[in-house]
Design a protein around this ligand. Structure first.
Ligand code: FAD
Length: 232
């Protein structure tokens, strides 16, 4: 679909992550091909393809930043793009909560709307609370970006927002499917799609295992020794 791609490639095989450079690649360049579109579990409104390069030449002026800076550029971009995945996840979670709530008010079993059965009411309360907590963290990161927060803080909070919002999305959309019962599992209702779409938010832009590594790494650099004062 895209006319321009950012391609990260090894320009020095021996230099580890310092041997990666970023290039702006025009889709019309000779030798460039999208060889296949992937069949995916969800996010079917967005195409994901395999890129193929056959003897393709990239003009020197298409180098993004300096040679060997690709990894650094990618990491800097991630600090700003991870909250975007958090927002995608939160939208799914809130949408699933809203849908499940309306459904639970109208579907009746054992003489009353299922929303009045305590186990369903409890699930709805948890879903709403998780969404609100995720929103608080996500908006905090938005404010930090607007206010130019220090890079290390942004790295940690950006990872935290992506991690929390996407885990909430997976939990909440799964609960929404449960609340709709059999209808939750059929495509006539939107919550099964929300559940499939939620899964990718735990995977791309760095898996949630990687977010946890990033958060812990930043925590280990922080000094909180004052908290130990008075503890013998
Ligand atoms: C639909 C879709 C769109 C995508 N779009 C893009 C895109 O636009 N640009 C782009 O660059 N990439 C994109 N990706 C790639 C995506 O970012 C990666 O698939 C993702 O980061 C995971 O990397 P991987 O697949 O290599 O998994 P792996 O790194 O092989 O991980 C496999 C499993 O091992 C775990 N794991 C790996 N290392 C560790 C560790 N050190 N500690 C603990 N657990 C670990 C992972 O969390 C995961 O559970 C896309 C992927 C998909 C599916």
């Amino acid at each position: 679909m895209a006319g321009v791609y950012i391609v990260f490639a090894k320009t020095d095989q021996t230099a580890g992550h310092r041997g990666i450079s970023a290039f702006i690649v025009d889709a019309a360049a000779p030798g460039f091909q999208v060889s296949r579109l992937e069949a995916k579990m969800g996010i079917k409104g967005s195409t994901t393809g395999e890129l193929y390069f056959t003897d393709m030449r990239v003009p020197a002026e298409n180098l993004l930043g300096e040679e060997g800076e690709g990894f650094k550029i990618a990491m800097r971009v991630l600090d700003h793009s991870r909250p975007g995945i958090g927002a995608q996840a939160l939208g799914l979670a809130q949408g699933a909560t809203d849908y499940a709530l309306e459904y639970a008010k109208t579907r009746e079993t054992m003489g009353r709307p299922i929303a009045q059965h305590q186990m369903i009411a409890g699930m709805l309360a948890d879903m709403e609370t998780k969404c609100e907590a995720a929103r608080g963290l996500l908006y905090k990161v938005g404010l930090m970006i607007d206010e130019g927060a220090p890079a290390a803080d942004l790295t940690k909070f950006s990872a935290m927002s992506k991690l929390f919002c996407s885990d909430v999305a997976m939990e909440v959309t799964t609960d929404a499917v449960q609340i709709l019962g059999g209808y939750g599992y059929v495509k006539e209702y939107p919550v099964e799609r929300m559940m499939r779409d939620a899964k990718i938010t735990q995977i791309y832009e760095g898996t949630n295992q990687i977010q946890r590594l990033v958060i812990a790494r930043e925590m280990l650099r922080e000094q909180r020794v004052f908290l130990l004062a008075g503890v013998s």
